[in-house]
Design a protein around this ligand. Structure first.
Ligand code: PGA
Length: 249
């Protein structure tokens, strides 16, 4: 692991009703008791954001949104703005997740606009990139993520707080993960692309790995070169599963 402070981020996706607050309280109490070296963040559905922010007030867990529009407000039925996420208690936001790209046809240009909106509002964007199975099989994994990093961060000026998450689309929710050397090759390429786009500040951007991270593989993945944390889906829903990953960082 690099000298960058690791971030372990839990993406709850479209999971969680009121009862999930108890699981989050349990997680927060454990994180406080064990004071892990990693930053810990939870990304609940938008409906739980402000309740979670209140439930975890003063506890060492950051809260983020799973998406936002670029604009601060406007006639955009059903959407949430970066400023609204901040108002609800968020300090981070996931942008360009492959499920948004697949189900909502989000392009790199739109993700770049969302990144700019998030930074305007003072949110730390977690920008997701990753190749499809077809792209990996065609030997295009590195070229794909380099292109996504350059396009999604095109409007970011150096030094602002940004996180990148490498999530191979075929590894999400599938139980499959790339080998450590495959992860290192892509993370190294992302580091290079970040330095091209952001200059020296690109060396300080945390690069998370995401896709079927669980307690059993977390230590191996988190100790890989250029891996500065994890973006965790399924294994973030239960406090005991998520804690095992946090402890491995
Ligand atoms: P997973 O999801 O951990 O369930 O594979 C990761 C993600 O989509 O962020």
């Amino acid at each position: 692991m690099s000298p960058i402070r690791p971030l372990i981020a839990g993406n709850w996706k479209m999971h969680g009703l009121e009862s999930a607050l108890d699981e989050a309280r349990l997680l927060a109490a454990t994180v406080e008791a064990r004071s892990p070296s990693a930053r810990v963040a939870i990304f609940p559905p938008a409906t739980l954001l402000s309740r979670l922010a209140h439930a975890l007030e003063g506890l060492p867990i950051e809260i983020g949104g799973q998406d936002c529009r670029p604009e601060p407000s406007g006639a955009f039925t059903g959407d949430v703005s970066p400023e609204m996420l901040v108002d609800a208690g968020a300090s981070l936001v996931i942008l360009g997740h492959s499920e948004r790209r697949a189900y909502h046809h989000e392009s790199d240009v739109l993700v770049a606009a969302k990144v700019a909106g998030a930074l305007r509002a003072g949110l730390e964007p977690v920008v997701c990139v990753g190749e499809s199975l077809e792209e990996r099989r065609a030997g295009l994994a590195v070229a794909t993520v380099e292109r996504q990093v350059r396009a999604c961060l095109a409007d970011v000026s150096g030094g602002q707080g940004v996180v990148v998450a490498y999530e191979p689309v075929w590894a999400i929710g599938s139980g499959l993960t790339p080998s450590v050397s495959e992860i290192e090759a892509v993370h190294g390429a992302i580091r290079g692309a970040l330095q091209t786009v952001l200059g020296a500040a690109g060396g300080a951007v945390p690069i998370l790995y995401g896709g079927s991270v669980k307690g059993a593989n977390a230590a191996e993945i988190l100790s890989a070169e250029h891996v500065d944390g994890a973006l965790v889906g399924g294994a973030s829903l239960k406090a005991s599963d998520f804690i095992a990953i946090i402890q491995a960082a």
